[in-house]
Design a protein around this ligand. Sequence first.
Ligand code: PMT
Length: 413
Amino acid sequence: MNIVLGISGGIAAYKTPDLVRRLKERGAEVQIVLTASGEEFVTPTALQAVSGRPIRNNLWDKEAEASMSHIELARWAELVLIAPATAEIMSRLAGGGAPDLLSTLCLATEAPIAVAPAMNRVMWANPAVQANRRLLEERGMTILGPDTGSQACGEIGAGRMIEPEAIADAIVGAPGSRRGALAGKTVMVTAGPTREPIDPVRYITNRSSGKMGYAMARAARAHGARAILVSGPVALDPPYGVELHRTETAEQMYAKTHELIGDVDVFIAAAAVSDYRPAGSHVKKIKKTADTMTLELVRSPDILASVAALDPAPFTVGFAAETHEVETYAKAKLDKKRLDMIVANRVGADCGFDFDDNAVTVYWPGGEQAFAEAAKIELAEDLMALIAERYETVREEAEPRLVIVSSIAASKD
Ligand code: PMT
């Protein structure tokens, strides 16, 4: 993907060498266009070194224009990303002014434009800036962020540029990008453990950290999907652009999943849902009296099986966490729960839960594919590519074929 990265004059420009690196990691070619005020915050030398291409900073640079004119640059771009985007550049985009190279090529390009605003919180809240934001969105530009938090000026509020990693994630799957294999689709992922209360201070849970499920939601977004994450209690921040719904118990996770399932094209159950929960939760803390204690447990609803049984059901992907006979149990779950795919991983003291890496084998009716140990973030990207491919195949197979029968009436004089 050819990305023109426009850098305007905000303090967040100091993060752009990192942004370039992350875009390049994802396979993008990055051509930097630096405004005069951007150059006050980050040097052309640093940017040239990380991007591997001479930076462009002047509409009137005869030599640069001779090798690639600003119109050719506008055609070369498959996406124009402006990060950081100041109130000034947003105003120019809204007003159609073209006093410099960046604004000129934004007018001259047919590529999608994404903008990552960065400014003081009062400036961001200013009605003029908000009117420009709305206008840019109405015209189809993607506005990434801003984040809320502490700002370089010492204030706290909305206006921070979102982090380079989040921008790169959003861009890779942004509407109009070629890698949006799931563009226009909705993917729901369940993640993390559930917590089943015994009394107000104790609960039953498991060792799931949510890392695998959160990575799957991130990958769904990066593949262009609207990503919905129904999460149990974990200590992770949601990936950028993912809709997060927090739940605690298996019953809450079941209810939230079914509340939102109507729009879902692909459902991925990565959560480690408690199979059983205490028959009744005590209102008061249980006091220790006897030497032993028996806890009565009842079955929790099976979220995955219930989604797969819907008519029509989304493309349904389960995970199987097993300590032994992984393949046998995973295939049995694929069959019994009538899934489209199952991702089998071994879990134990040295793998699976909470680790940053994972190794899995995916099974589907009539096929399988093994994925070697890799960071969950990277593994999720590869799994999502396979899911997108299988989803397409299954959908094509299910589509009723149109058979055209033509009858030719032969007439003889
Ligand atoms: O969260 P991490 O620390 O990153 O760890 C990742 C993981 C090991 C939790 C993840 O990769 C994984 O394997 N998740 C599924 C864990 C699990 O509960 O597997 P299971 O074999 O018990 O369940 C099979 C499938 O049914 C799973 O998709 C599960 O989400 C689903 N299920 C199970 C029970 C239930 N009541 N409802 C369900 O939806």
